[in-house]
Design a protein around this ligand. Sequence first.
Ligand code: VGL
Ligand code: ZN
Length: 214
Amino acid sequence: MLITPVESDILIAVDMQNDFCPGGVLAVPDGGAAAPVINRLADIFRHVIATQDWHPAGHRSFASAHPGKKPFDTAELSYGPQILWPDHCVQETRGAEFYPALNTPRCELVLRKGFREQIDSYSAFFENDRLTPTGLEGYLRERGFTRIFLAGLAADFCVLYSALDAQRAGFETFVIEDACRGIDLNGSLAAAWATMEKAGVRRIASADIAGVAR
Ligand code: VGL
Ligand code: ZN
């Protein structure tokens, strides 16, 4: 399958930030390796946007906000169970900045998410209460995009939830596997791919995009 990007296609680079990359506090295994793949793709797609995990200090998704809890434990928040993370992507810190090896100069929008202290936001479309929209669906629709191509970190969290929401919203949704890396918490990576495939999200490789060196 060879896909030639057209005007109504957009590449979304998810959470390519220092804290998810080598040396970061929530480093995704091999996470930095997604950057050169995304850079190549970002040269080919006519439209590129990026998301940025952007938490206030003391965010409720941080284990440090729950006395007695450790990172990767679960807590019951107002909207249901939430995995607790190390403090990461805190606004105005280096960890929240984009990974320097990411090079997407034509990026048209940076969508920040997770900035409400009480609600986490894995998906680029809805926060973890599944009710609070980020506004991305309206943005993409107003601009006339019909096919969404996802890349970035982490495949089994923010990419997964973004892909499911994009597909549910009626966009034809593709996840570019080698442009992503996963955290893989207790088998979450394999489960994520199974869930995405069942939902109709298409799993492709960067080599499926016409113009990428292969
Ligand atoms: C993410 C955990 C916490 C992600 C963000 O970008 O996948 N994961 N915050
Ligand atoms: Zn986060």
